[in-house]
Design a protein around this ligand. Structure first.
Ligand SMILES: [Zn+2]
Length: 85
């Protein structure tokens, strides 16, 4: 038997540190792309290399505000504001 070390990734929220978990209580990924894709699938917000869990509070909003350009004065028809459902 040979034992090989592997690198695993978890997705953690940049605002509160919460780690992405699936129904089984833990999620490890073998590459950052998969971790980001899974986080997105679970409703996380991906801002470049930052990940934000679905929690909506002032701390999380601050990260979103910093990453987003200033809001335009008007919205084009059909445009959705991030965070609204
Ligand atoms: Zn969070």
């Amino acid at each position: 038997m040979t034992l090989n070390p592997v690198t695993a990734y978890t997705a953690a929220c940049n605002a509160c540190g919460e780690v992405l978990e699936d129904e089984d209580g833990g999620t490890l990924f073998t590459d950052p792309v998969s971790a980001t894709a899974a986080a997105s699938a679970y409703g996380w917000t991906i801002l470049g290399d930052q990940h934000l869990c679905p929690t909506q509070d002032a701390t999380h909003q601050k990260f979103i505000d910093q990453a987003m350009p200033p809001e335009p004065a008007f919205q084009a028809p059909g445009q959705l504001t991030i965070g609204e459902e």
